[in-house]
Design a protein around this ligand. Structure first.
Ligand code: HEM
Ligand code: HEM
Ligand SMILES: [Fe+2]
Length: 447
């Protein structure tokens, strides 16, 4: 660690681990409820568990991106973060808003609208909070050196903040409400979050492979280009049958079918750079997480996204467990593994202790990876059965849910393996300790 303010990243990462733990708890509550074991229903009804699971996911990922920014930006700009105090105020207020939202969901204080369930007054607080973050990082970049990696990272974060606003447009029309909701949800995960992903991967590859910055950043431009070309009009794959004009069937179908190219590009980029690089970096596991992220995101987002993106398929699969199958692997592969990669890279530098080559940390990688593949298979089989029984044969929704209960035993077992891996990661995170007091003592060899 070269800069004092990089330590801020540690507290964002620690918050990430805590919120992710809570997300998993709600996941199990739903997994058991799907098996017919819904004993907690009075305290945690399914809708509250689902809203909490989804929102904790978004908040821990944003916290992870913010932590990554606090770690990366000082190095890229060659200066300390603009205001340490503002960074901590922002983190604490983000946690307070998040916790209030989760408690609110359990008291039926929510807006519906998957992923945007947070009630309106809290939305405004989120906006103020994120603006604080953008200001702090923006000021650091303005005053410092400007690299492609840091500018793409900043642009991605800024656009993610701005794209939260369409979700606040109030309308009485269900169609219009869905229309704007997708500006947030789709343009985040299949648009600007991909820029954040490209930039963090670029930083990691520069550090871990030793390949020239010019070469790595040239690829970054190509990926940004393909992402925008396909992802913006690709939003149309959510407008097929919601009451919007018919032309979306064609536009959405064609452009969203091109979206996997961006993920394929990222995948080839990471693998080629790792092969090309001659640097024997001691933090091998950080490179494994980096490559793993690029491959898994192609499988989950690119391949499984394509699986239900054509209107002829989506007509049948929309809103079923097929969506959950894709949602899990895409989110984990693209953004979960990315955050785990940057934490794995940063921790030895932050704390001066390298716990990233232990048996537990290797187990963490493989158990989460295999666990998530198995969870995807379980959701996929349940989803296909659901489509045939409910939509092709016309069976009643709740009757189908009963038929599917047994599939959730498989899901819970797979999720247990994933969780064991996650706990091993948390164990190593805790064992690494807190950031070094004197940064000059740090073990330089992991930088
Ligand atoms: C490890 C334990 C986990 C379990 C048991 C679990 C289980 C579940 C269940 C049962 C649902 C609800 C499906 C439905 O609507 O009926 C769900 C939704 C969801 N989960 Fe998880 N989950 C876990 C971890 C994760 C992780 C690690 C991620 C992402 C990184 C994730 C992302 C999601 C998303 C995005 C949805 C919404 C899916 C949709 O839009 O249909 N979950 N989860
Ligand atoms: C990392 C990138 C991605 C993530 C995290 C992601 C995650 C998700 C999630 C959570 C949903 C459910 C949203 C909701 O119902 O509110 C969803 C829906 C969908 N995704 Fe993705 N996705 C990604 C990339 C892609 C790509 C590249 C494609 C197409 C090639 C795609 C195709 C779809 C489709 C068609 C739906 C709608 C499913 C339905 O109608 O129920 N996704 N995605
Ligand atoms: Fe989408």
């Amino acid at each position: 660690m070269k800069f004092e303010t990089q330590k801020i990243a540690y507290w964002f990462f620690a918050t990430c681990m805590l919120l992710f733990t809570l997300q998993i708890v709600f996941g199990f509550v739903m997994g058991f409820a799907h098996m017919g074991l819904d004993g907690l229903h009075e305290i945690i009804p399914f809708n509250a568990a689902r809203a909490s699971h989804n929102n904790l996911l978004v908040v821990w990922m944003l916290t992870g991106f913010m932590g990554a920014a606090h770690y990366i930006i000082p190095e890229e700009t060659g200066r300390e973060i603009h205001s340490t105090k503002l960074a901590y105020i922002q983190l604490i207020s983000l946690i307070l808003v998040g916790v209030t939202a989760i408690i609110g969901f359990h008291m039926n204080w929510w807006e519906g609208r998957k992923f945007l369930e947070i009630p309106r007054p809290l939305d405004y607080l989120v906006v103020v909070n994120v603006l604080m973050f953008i200001y702090n990082i923006g000021m650091t970049i303005i005053k410092g050196k400007k690299t492609t990696t840091s500018l793409v990272l900043f642009f991605g974060l800024l656009m993610a903040a701005l794209l939260y606003l369409p979700g606040l447009i109030t309308t009485d029309s269900q169609t219009m409400d869905s229309y704007w909701r997708w500006w947030v949800v789709h343009l985040w995960v299949e648009g600007v979050w991909e820029l954040i992903m490209g930039a963090i991967l670029s930083y990691l590859l520069i550090k871990l492979t030793g390949v020239d910055r010019e070469i790595i950043e040239k690829w970054l431009y190509i990926i940004v280009g393909i992402t925008f070309l396909s992802g913006i009009l690709g939003t149309g794959h959510h407008y097929y049958y919601i009451g919007t004009p018919k032309y979306w069937l064609l536009i959405g179908g064609i452009f969203s079918a091109l979206e996997p190219l961006a993920f394929l590009g990222i995948c080839i980029y990471a693998i080629v750079m790792a092969k090309k690089g001659d640097r024997q970096h001691p933090n091998k596991l950080a490179l494994t997480w980096t490559i793993g992220c690029s491959v898994m995101s192609f499988c989950g987002a690119g391949f499984l996204g394509f699986a239900h993106t054509l209107p002829q398929v989506n007509l049948w699969t929309h809103g079923t467990l097929v969506t959950a199958m894709h949602g899990h692997m895409a989110f984990w592969g693209a953004y979960g593994m990315l955050i785990f990669a940057i934490i794995c890279y940063a921790m030895p530098n932050l704390t001066g202790r390298n716990r990233m080559n232990t048996a537990a940390s290797t187990f963490a990688y493989w158990a989460t990876t295999i666990g998530m593949v198995a969870m995807t298979v379980a959701f996929g089989i349940a989803g296909i059965a659901q489509v045939y029984l409910e939509r092709k044969m016309g069976m009643d929704f709740m009757q189908v849910q009963t038929e599917l209960e047994i599939h959730f035993l498989g899901l819970v077992l797979a999720a247990a393996l994933f969780t064991l891996g996650f706990l091993a990661y948390v164990y190593e995170f805790i064992k690494s300790g807190t950031p070094l007091k004197d940064i000059s003592v740090g073990d330089k060899k992991y930088v």
